[in-house]
Design a protein around this ligand. Sequence first.
Ligand code: KMH
Ligand code: ZN
Length: 302
Amino acid sequence: MSKIIITCALTGSIHTPSMSPYLPVSAGEIVEHGLAAAEAGAAILHLHARDPETGRPSPDPAHFRAFLPRLKQGCDAVLNISTGGNATMTLEQRLAAPLEAEPEMCSLNMGTMNFALYPMAERRNEWKHDWEKPFLEGSNDLVFKNTPLDIATVLDKLGRARGARFEFECYDMSHLYMLAHFAERGAVEPPFFIQFVFGVLGGMGADPENLTHMVRIADKLFGDGYMFSVLAAGRQQMPMAAQSAGMGGHVRVGLEDSLMIARGELAQSNAQQVEKVRGIVEALGREVATPAEARAMLGLKG
Ligand code: KMH
Ligand code: ZN
C-alpha cells in the first residue's frame, strides 16, 4: 500500500479564539504551529488567515502574506490555501489570496450546502426547547455557496491558468458527481485528491458506512484516478481518520476541524494532533509520506 499523506488544517474559519486558547490566530502563531506540524509529519498544511486584531477569519491577502513566506522558508510542506474561506465571504474575496500567492495546491468545495456546527452536546439541555438558539449564536446558520459556475471559475483561474492542483472537498455524494462532471469535460485531470468531509451540519454524518459508500461510488466514477483523504469535524476526527488509514486512504487533522485531543481535553497544538494520527497510522502498519512523496503522488508543480 502507498504511504499516507497527513494534512494538517491549522486554524480554519469556524472555531473562535474564545473556544480554545491554543487556536493559532496571529501570523507568528500560524507559522509556529505550521512548522511544528510539518516537523511532526504533516506533508500538507491547509491554510486560512485571520485578522490578528480580532481573531476573525480574513480573506485579506496581506494577512496571508504575513505568514506564507515564513512557512515556505521554514519547511518543505505543501502549502494548500483555502478557496472556501468561510461562508460569509464572496467568491471574489475567497480567491484574492490564492490568486496572488499562486500556491501549488488549493481547496475546492464541490457544492452549495447548509453549513453549521452541531450544537455542543454539553449545552443540549439548555437548548432543548429553544430550537433556534444554537443557530442564532455567531455565524452558525449559513449557506455555503459553491455553484457549478463558482467551481468552474476556481478551476479556470487557479487550475488552468496558474497550475494549482486541488483538495476536492466533498461533503456529500452529490459532490462526487460534480467532480465527475468536470472530469468528463476535461476541466480537471487525474489523479484527484478527494477530501471526504464528515460531521458538518448540512453535509454527511460521521458514520463509517458513509465512508465505505463514498469509496464505493468514487471507485466507480474515478477508478484508479483518485486518492481519498478523510476529515471529520469534532469528536469523530480520530476514529474516522483511523478508518481511512485502514482502508488505504489519507488523513486530515488540525484545529480547523477539531479543538480536542481526547474527550474533554483541548489539543494544545496542531502538532499534537499530527503526532496522534501518525501513531495511529504507524500502528496500522502504514508509513507516512514526506512532502516530496506527497508532491509526486498528487502531481504538484512543486
Ligand atoms: N472547514 C472544513 C469543513 C475549505 O477551507 O475550503 C472544510 C474546509 C473548506 O477546509
Ligand atoms: Zn479550510
